[in-house]
Design a binder for this molecule. Structure first.
Ligand code: BGC
Length: 463
C-alpha cells in the first residue's frame, strides 16, 4: 500500500544545497586522502629490490548496463515491461538490463523514492514518470537533458499526436518520450453479473441510471456493487466524477480557477461521490487497484472505475472483452478521453548515457510500443500501431482517441495540475471517503487551488 507522499516543487536553493553538500563531501574526501598520503610518506624508503612490481591497476571500463526505475508490478504490468525489455535486449544483446521495480500503484511510492536520488546526482539511466507537471520540478532544477535530437532522429513528430507531444515538452523542447496513452474515465464491469440481472450497460449514461443499476444489484444480493480501493484510486474515481461535471468545469479545475468552496459543480461532484460511496466495499483501505479489479473478475462486484491498465488484468486471466467483461464511459464523460501517459526521460549525468538514449529509442519505437501496450491494456502513443496486436477494447479506444472531441489530462496521474495540488487532492479525497463532509472537502479543494495559484503554469485549452 502506498501512502500519500509530499510532491512539493523543488526550489533552486534545495538543489544548490545538495550541490554544496557534494562539494563539501569532495573536500572532506580530498583532505582524508592528503592525510593518508602524508601518513604513507612517513616511513623510510624501502631498499631497491629486483622483484617484479605488481601490475598497475587499469582504468575502469564503463559497464554496459542499463538501470531504470518503474512501478509496473502487477501481474499484467510485469508482463508488459518484460515484453518491452525483450525488444531492447533483442536489439542490444550485450547490455545488462537492470530494472528496479517499486511496488505501489500510480507511482506514489516510486516517485517519492526517486526524488532524493535524482537530487543527489544519483539518477538512474531513466525512470518512469507521467507526462506533464510531474516532470516539472526536475526540469526546473535543470536535472533533465533535452531530447529534441532523439525526437528528430526517430521521426516522432510524424507519429505522436500533438496533444501528447505538447505534454512531453517544457519551454518548447522535448524532455520525455511516451510509451502509451491510458484512458482514465472508464468503468469496468463483469458482464455475467449484469446479464444475470438484466442490466444493459449501454443504458448507464447518467449517474441516476448507474445508481439505479447499483440498487438493482443490491436488491439481488450483490452486497457491494462497486469496488473501491486504496487512497489514490479514490482520488482517481473522484477525478472522473469531477470530469463528469463537464469539460468547461474540468478545464477551469486544471487551470486553477476553481477557487470557491461554493462552486456549484464542485459541490455537485462531491454530492455524487457521496452517493457513489454508499455502494462500495468497506475494506478499501490498502486495497490495490489490481486486487479491486480481481473482485470484478470473480463477480464479487459489478463495477470498478479505473484506468485501462485494468484491461491488462482481465486479459491475463483469459477473459474476453465483450464476452466476459466490458466497459462504459464514466457517466457524463462519454465524449471525453481522460489522459494518463507514461514516459521515460534522460536525467542529467547518468552512468550509462548511451544506454539511456537507446532505451528511450526503444520506448518510443513501434516495435517497443506494440510489444508493451497489447499486454498493458493501453493504446500506443504512436498513431502507426499494428492494430492486429490489439484487442477489441483497445481498438475501440484507438478510434475514440482519434475522434472524441475532448481530451483531458489526469491530475491524479501527474499531468493536469501542479504537484502540490495533486498532493492535496490525494489528502482531501480519502478524508472525504471517511467523513463524507461535502463543505469541508469543497473548502479544502478551493483553498488548495488558491495556495498553488502561481504553480498553475500550463494553460489548458480542452474544448
Ligand atoms: C500508470 C500506469 C499504471 C497505473 C497503476 C498509472 O499511473 O500510468 O502505467 O499501470 O498507474 O500502477
Amino acid at each position: 500500500m502506498c501512502g500519500i507522499l509530499e510532491q512539493k516543487e523543488w526550489t533552486f536553493s534545495e538543489v544548490k544545497l545538495v550541490k554544496r553538500m557534494k562539494l563539501i563531501t569532495c573536500l572532506v574526501a580530498l583532505s582524508l586522502m592528503l592525510v593518508l598520503l602524508v601518513g604513507c610518506a612517513a616511513p623510510p624508503a624501502a631498499p631497491p629490490t629486483t622483484e617484479t612490481p605488481p601490475p598497475q591497476e587499469q582504468p575502469k571500463q564503463e559497464v554496459n548496463a542499463l538501470v531504470f526505475y518503474h512501478w509496473w508490478t502487477s501481474a499484467s504490468e510485469a508482463a508488459s515491461i518484460n515484453a518491452l525489455i525483450g525488444v531492447f535486449t533483442s536489439k542490444y544483446p550485450d547490455t545488462a538490463v537492470m530494472p528496479a521495480p517499486v511496488v505501489g500503484g500510480a507511482g506514489y511510492s516510486m516517485l517519492g523514492l526517486i526524488k532524493p536520488l535524482v537530487l543527489a546526482g544519483e539518477a538512474p539511466d531513466a525512470f518512469q514518470m507521467h507526462a506533464g507537471y510531474e516532470a516539472k520540478p526536475y526540469y526546473d532544477a535543470g536535472l533533465l537533458e533535452p531530447i529534441d535530437s532523439l525526437w528528430k532522429s526517430e521521426g516522432l513528430e510524424a507519429v505522436i499526436p500533438k496533444v501528447v507531444q505538447d505534454m512531453c515538452k517544457f519551454d518548447g523542447n522535448y524532455y520525455a518520450v511516451p510509451v502509451n496513452v491510458h484512458r482514465v474515465n472508464v468503468i469496468w464491469y463483469n458482464k455475467k453479473l449484469l446479464d444475470d440481472n438484466n442490466i444493459n450497460p449501454a443504458s448507464l449514461t447518467t449517474w441516476d441510471a448507474f445508481f439505479a443499476a447499483c440498487d438493482k444489484l443490491k436488491a439481488a444480493g450483490v452486497e457491494y456493487p462497486i469496488q473501491l480501493g486504496e487512497s489514490w484510486t479514490q482520488a482517481h474515481t473522484f477525478e472522473q466524477i469531477l470530469a463528469s461535471e463537464g469539460i468547461d468545469f474540468y478545464q477551469d479545475l486544471v487551470n486553477g480557477k476553481i477557487t470557491s468552496a461554493s462552486d456549484p459543480k464542485l459541490v455537485a461532484a462531491l454530492e455524487t461521490f457521496k452517493k457513489y460511496l454508499t455502494y462500495v466495499n468497506p475494506d478499501y483501505e490498502g486495497l490495490g487497484w489490481d486486487a479491486a479489479t480481481k473482485r470484478i473478475i470473480s463477480g464479487e462486484s459489478a463495477f470498478n472505475v479505473m484506468g485501462d491498465w485494468a484491461n491488462g488484468e482481465f486479459k491475463l486471466v483469459g477473459m474476453v472483452y465483450g464476452k466476459d467483461y466490458g466497459t462504459i464511459g464514466v457517466p457524463g464523460t462519454q465524449d471525453m478521453y481522460g489522459l494518463c501517459i507514461d514516459t521515460f526521460q534522460h536525467p542529467k549525468g547518468v552512468a550509462h548515457p548511451t544506454n539511456s538514449e537507446r532505451w528511450l529509442g526503444v520506448v518510443a519505437s513501434k516495435d517497443g510500443q506494440d510489444a508493451f501496450n497489447p499486454k498493458k491494456g493501453s493504446i500506443a502513443a504512436r498513431s502507426d500501431a499494428d492494430l492486429t496486436k490489439y484487442d477489441d477494447y483497445q481498438k475501440a479506444a484507438i478510434t475514440d482517441f482519434k475522434t472524441l472531441p475532448n481530451m483531458f489530462p489526469s491530475i491524479v496521474h501527474g499531468s493536469g495540475a501542479p504537484n502540490d495540488f495533486k498532493a492535496k487532492l490525494n489528502e482531501v479525497v480519502p478524508a472525504f471517503v471517511k467523513d463524507k463532509d461535502v463543505s469541508k472537502a469543497a473548502s479544502a479543494l478551493a483553498a488548495a487551488a488558491q495556495a498553488s495559484a502561481s504553480q498553475f503554469t500550463t494553460v489548458w485549452s480542452l474544448e
